[in-house]
Ligand binder design. Sequence first.
Ligand SMILES: Cc1cc2nc3c(=O)[nH]c(=O)nc-3n(C[C@H](O)[C@H](O)[C@H](O)COP(=O)(O)OP(=O)(O)OC[C@H]3O[C@@H](n4cnc5c(N)ncnc54)[C@H](O)[C@@H]3O)c2cc1C
Length: 457
Amino acid sequence: MLDEESKANLRNIVGPEWFLDSPEDIATYSYDAFLPEFVPDGVVVPDSAQEISQIMTLANEKKINIVPRGAGTNISGTAVARRRGVIMAFHRMNKILEIDVDNMCAVVQPGVVNADLQREVAKHGLMYPPDPASMFVSTIGGNVALNAGGPRGAKYGVTRDYLLGLEVVLPTGEIIRTGGKTLKNVTGYDLTRLFCGSEGTLGIITEIIVRLIPQPPAKATLQAVFSDLDDAAKTVSAIVASGIVPTTLELIDRVILDIIRDYGGAGFPSEAEALLLIEVDGETSAVEEQGRRIERFCKERGAIEVERAKDPQEAEKLWHARRTAFGAVASVRPNCIVEDATVPVKHLPAMIRKIVELAEKYQLKIGVLAHAGDGNLHPLIMTDIRDRAEMERVDKALDEMYEVALSMGGTLSGEHGIGIAKDRFITKELSPKAIEVMRGIKRVFDPNNILNPGSFL
Ligand SMILES: Cc1cc2nc3c(=O)[nH]c(=O)nc-3n(C[C@H](O)[C@H](O)[C@H](O)COP(=O)(O)OP(=O)(O)OC[C@H]3O[C@@H](n4cnc5c(N)ncnc54)[C@H](O)[C@@H]3O)c2cc1C
């Protein structure tokens, strides 16, 4: 437990109103989107790297665990105090410090919400591509720490691909800078990338320089409905193999389409087994031509309905089903476990078939959402974590699912991270030596293991 002297020290550093330990505040920060409860000893809300440096110096000296936290939307249990300690929140550090149009980059604080950055840079004709579905709440700090991806990942990649530099406070209190505004930088080890995806275990990110790109002049949005899931999966493979690089290639299966329909989210034909939401962007003439080709691919592979948006309002309508999916699914059972198995694109149809088979075998309600263009599947397991017998079946289904994904050359996580949600599987993907190297890295940064302890390592 945090002693009174340490609480007083923390209040001194950030100001009395920015150290929170009322039962209400503690309760609020006891959960992230992974769900199980982990009660912290308090919450500290700093305003600068200098304050954070003082906090970490104190924490390192007194062995106080610190857990950085953005919006708490991660689904892997990495922003909760698994071994007690203090949550560090960043809602005071939420400023866009600079939009540097000439150098096509932006400098932001970690608490900036992804969608706010997108909106601001768009005013300059620029785009920040990483677009996690949680973008209206999740923060750039959390996005960097988990290397978030999103529907645009098929063409534009993930957070890592837009990260130029960082300012980081180390667990021992020192402040370092990595990278900078240049597009190229090979001075020493690539620490910027090491922090990206480190799940808040190596340092506190206090400033982020992100690369921006010009807004593409044109975009086409299409929706195709299939009466056979296999046809939809084959269409995905055909589009990818054709050389067209869609911005977005999302797949929704029948289980989720039925739920969205019942929820009042959108209407689909009753025989719909799968839906593809496809977007291409770029120069107007190329987009026109690619849109036509994609329409043809869908029809040739059995789509029973293909719609193409005529304007941005219609495009928004087509996106509605995808955007409603999580809310609709959450209304079905008390809990929804969002998985993240990712396979090389050509194995996508086989992996989806396997998930359908596992749902039947273990009598579970599992729907599939997929960022299909990059093989990133989100099986959504609708369950009740209080039902022990059902949870045993969930565990067995997950064991089998990850065995199969790995046997296809896939990975445990495409974008959600490992945390405590998937730590039990990590030895299936990484060798003992690789884990030893990672533990060694952790020790160099955090010799007293005070930063986000109890995570995947
Ligand atoms: C409905 C829904 C949809 C989602 N869709 C996607 C998606 O499409 N793609 C995707 O990748 N993810 C998705 N996610 C998962 C999640 O939103 C992302 O991982 C997001 O990046 C988390 O950001 P956050 O601000 O909520 O971070 P948090 O959940 O608060 O924290 C995430 C991690 O970052 C660390 N952290 C936070 N701030 C800092 C900092 N300043 N310094 C160091 N470490 C820090 C934390 O310790 C933790 O390990 C989704 C989640 C939900 C609930």
